[in-house]
Ligand binder design. Structure first.
Ligand SMILES: Nc1ncnc2c1ncn2[C@@H]1O[C@H](COP(=O)(O)OP(=O)(O)OP(=O)(O)O)[C@@H](O)[C@H]1O
Length: 255
């Protein structure tokens, strides 16, 4: 039985800067294992910046600076001895627009495992199958694994990107508006998939769509102008938020 109150990521007194501009201020938050946490808030409030802290993607942007701590399983991921490439194996990411490599479906999923040294064909085949099954794509592609990934539909490409992220067996999966480029049917499939992923992974998802946050997440965090206004069980945030600003946002009074 999974302990759903176990903390996987702990953020403490975090400030984040793009040059001199402070994008996140004094944020402290726990992310619970095997739960889906949604990050919501108006455009520019810092959701994506916050998400990208967890796999140090912001490091790739020149002039950025982090103060405070981000602990993954108790280890400071901004510590001097942390290898960001290793970290990104443990904390996978899926982006707004599906971005498969211009390779076969099989190669897209096998890419990560190959990079970390999996060479055995049987082992690779089984990892590819397992990852595609976990991403709810196997039934649609098992006969066409050698076809180009670019020939798949947008929704299938996004599930392939999820399979690619899962293939290196991460602990945490970050999703930055993963359905914003998809039609309603493809969106519904990804939402259903997110619900299944929580059984094996911890998911943190940025979404502009409040109905989506309400449908898929266990926990919701509301950000406003670089600050965490409040975070709690999704049902509570959407029915009895403790802050007036949260209520105004979720009832559509500002966006
Ligand atoms: N690469 C960057 N360089 C400088 N400032 C940035 C950069 N990326 C984001 N910002 C600024 O940081 C703040 C937070 O941006 P962020 O993209 O995290 O917000 P967001 O809530 O995800 O917005 P959206 O919902 O529009 O994607 C904004 O003021 C934005 O202009």
């Amino acid at each position: 039985m999974v302990n759903t109150q176990e903390i996987v990521i702990e953020v403490k007194d975090l400030n984040f800067y793009y040059g001199k501009s402070c994008a996140l201020s004094e944020v402290s938050m726990d992310i619970l294992r095997n739960q889906v946490t949604a990050l919501i808030g108006p455009s520019g409030c810092g959701k994506s910046t916050f998400l990208r802290l967890f796999n140090r993607m912001n490091d790739l942007i020149l002039g950025t600076r982090v103060e405070g701590k981000v602990l993954l399983d108790g280890q400071d991921i901004y510590g001097p001895d942390v290898d960001a490439v290793q970290l990104r194996r443990r904390v996978g990411m899926v982006f707004q627009k599906p971005n498969p490599f211009p390779k076969t479906i099989y190669e897209n999923v096998a890419y990560g495992p190959r990079l970390i040294g999996v060479k055995n064909k049987t082992e690779l085949d089984s990892l590819v199958e397992r990852s595609l099954k976990a991403a709810a794509l196997w039934d649609e592609v098992s006969d066409i694994l050698q076809n180009s990934a670019l020939a798949l539909s947008g929704g299938q490409q996004q599930r392939l990107c999820i399979a690619r992220a899962l293939a290196v067996q991460p602990e945490v999966l970050l999703m930055d508006e993963p359905t914003s480029a998809l039609d309603p049917i493809a969106t519904a499939r990804i939402e259903e998939l997110v619900g299944q992923l929580r059984e094996s992974y911890t998911v943190v998802i940025v979404t502009h769509n409040m109905q989506q946050a309400a449908r898929v997440s266990d926990q919701t965090a509301f950000f406003y102008m670089g600050q965490l206004v409040e975070k709690g069980p999704t049902e509570t945030i959407f029915t009895r938020p403790s802050q007036q600003r949260t209520e105004q946002y979720i009832t559509g009074r500002f966006g």
